[in-house]
Ligand binder design. Structure first.
Ligand SMILES: C[C@@](CO)(OP(=O)(O)O)[C@H](O)COP(=O)(O)OP(=O)(O)OC[C@H]1O[C@@H](n2ccc(N)nc2=O)[C@H](O)[C@@H]1O
Ligand SMILES: Nc1ncnc2c1ncn2[C@@H]1O[C@H](COP(=O)(O)OP(=O)(O)O)[C@@H](O)[C@H]1O
Length: 311
C-alpha cells in the first residue's frame, strides 16, 4: 500500500560497494572484527521487484550466475522480508524477483544490497512505513554491510562496519571491476587474516588494533581527486585474499600496467577494483583486461543507496 492505494508491485534498486579503505582491528566479544572502512556505492545494481503473496519466496535473473545462492530461508532477501514482517506484525508474505548484477561472494556486498532493497520494497508494498531510521536498525541485524547499501553515497563505517557517518565527497570516480569468476567466503578471509596475525603477533603495531580511517582518504574523497585517492587505497583483507587466491596478485599487476592508477581487492574479494583517472582510461583498461581474458565491467561512484524507482 502506498498512501492508501493498493499497489501491484514495488521496484527498488540498490548498489554494490567498494571499500576504498579498510582497516581491520581486533576481534570483539561478539566474534566480529572492529573495522574502520570507507565505503563507496558504485553503479552496479541489484533490482528487486516485490509482489504481494501469501508466502515468502525469491527468484533470480540478470547478468550474474546465481547457482550457488540459496533460495530458502537462508537467502538474505527472504531474511530481510521476514524481519520486517516480524517487526511490524505484517501477516502476509512477498514474492521477490531479483535482477542481479553484483557478483556473488565477490566482496561487493551484493547480498547486502538485496537485503537493503527488500527492506525498502516490502515497507512500501505492505504500507508498513517504519521510516528510514528503523530500516537502518533492521539492516544492521541482517549483516555488517546492509546499512551502507541502504544509505549509499560515500560513508565511513566503524564497529562491525555498520555504524555509519556520511563522508563529504565531490566529483565522480571511474572504476573498472575485474571479476575473476570464483567466490571467496568473507569469514574465511577474516580467519586467514587472524591466522597471519597470530603467526606474527610481535609485529602488529598497536594502531592496527584500534583502526581509524586515514585522513588522506577523506581528503582525496573531499577533493574528488582520483590520483590522490589511488595513493590512499588500503585494504587489510587484501593480503589474506591473495593468500587464498594467489592469481589476484597477477590481476592487480595486469591492471596497473595497463593504465590503472591503482588496483585493490574489494572487501574480502575476489573482485579487484581499479581506479582510473577518467572515462577514457577506464574504457582502455576494460578492453586490455578483456583481451587478457579477465572479465571486467565499468562502474562509477558514488551513487545513491536503496530507493524505489518508477518502472
Ligand atoms: C568484508 C566486508 C567489507 O565491507 O564486506 P564483503 O567483502 O563481505 O562484501 C564486510 O566486513 C563484511 O560484511 P558482511 O558480508 O555484511 O558481513 P556479515 O554477513 O555481517 O558477517 C559475515 C562474517 O564475516 C565476519 N566479519 C564481518 C564483519 C566484521 N566487521 N568482522 C567480521 O569478522 C564474521 O565472521 C561474520 O560472521
Ligand atoms: N540474496 C543473496 N544474494 C547473494 N548472496 C546471498 C544472498 N543470500 C545469501 N547469500 C549468500 O551470502 C554469501 C555472501 O554473498 P555476497 O553478499 O554476494 O558477497 P560478499 O559478502 O562477498 O559481498 C554467499 O555465500 C551467498 O551464497
Amino acid at each position: 500500500m502506498v498512501d492508501g492505494w493498493d499497489v501491484d508491485s514495488v521496484h527498488v534498486r540498490a548498489p554494490g560497494k567498494i571499500n576504498v579503505f579498510m582497516r581491520v582491528g581486533a576481534v570483539m566479544e561478539d566474534g566480529y572484527h572492529d573495522v574502520a572502512t570507507a565505503y563507496q556505492a558504485v553503479s552496479l545494481y541489484e533490482d528487486v521487484r516485490a509482489y504481494p503473496d501469501d508466502e515468502f519466496s525469491v527468484g533470480f535473473s540478470g547478468s550474474i550466475d546465481t547457482a550457488s545462492v540459496p533460495l530458502d530461508e537462508s537467502n538474505l532477501a527472504i531474511k530481510a522480508a521476514r524481519l520486517l514482517a516480524k517487526r511490524t506484525g505484517y501477516t502476509g508474505g512477498v514474492r521477490l524477483e531479483i535482477e542481479k548484477h553484483v557478483p556473488v561472494a565477490g566482496g561487493m556486498g551484493g547480498g547486502s544490497a538485496d537485503a537493503a532493497a527488500t527492506l525498502v520494497a516490502c515497507d512500501a508494498l505492505w504500507g508498513t512505513d517504519v521510516g528510514r531510521d528503523e530500516l537502518q536498525t533492521l539492516a544492521a541485524r541482517l549483516g555488517a554491510d546492509v546499512p551502507f547499501a541502504l544509505l549509499g553515497g560515500t560513508a565511513i563505517g566503524t564497529g562491525r562496519g555498520d555504524r555509519l557517518s556520511p563522508a563529504l565527497a565531490t566529483g565522480q570516480f571511474h572504476w573498472v571491476l575485474a571479476l575473476p569468476g570464483g567466490e571467496l567466503s568473507t569469514p574465511q578471509v577474516y580467519r586467514e587474516l587472524d591466522r597471519h596475525r597470530e603467526r606474527h603477533a610481535g609485529d602488529i603495531a598497536p594502531a592496527q588494533l584500534t583502526p581509524t580511517v586515514d585522513s588522506g582518504v577523506l581528503q582525496a574523497l573531499r577533493a574528488g581527486d582520483p590520483a590522490m585517492l589511488a595513493e590512499a587505497l588500503t585494504n587489510d583483507l587484501q593480503a589474506p585474499a591473495i593468500h587464498l587466491v594467489p592469481e589476484l596478485a597477477d590481476v592487480i599487476e595486469l591492471g596497473e600496467t595497463n593504465g590503472a592508477l591503482a588496483g585493490i581487492v574489494s572487501g574480502s574479494g575476489p573482485t579487484v577494483a581499479f581506479l582510473t583517472s577518467d572515462l577514457d582510461s577506464a574504457i582502455d583498461l576494460q578492453i586490455a583486461l578483456s583481451a587478457a581474458r579477465v572479465h571486467a565491467v565499468r562502474a562509477t561512484g558514488p551513487v545513491h543507496g536503496a530507493r524505489v524507482v518508477g518502472d
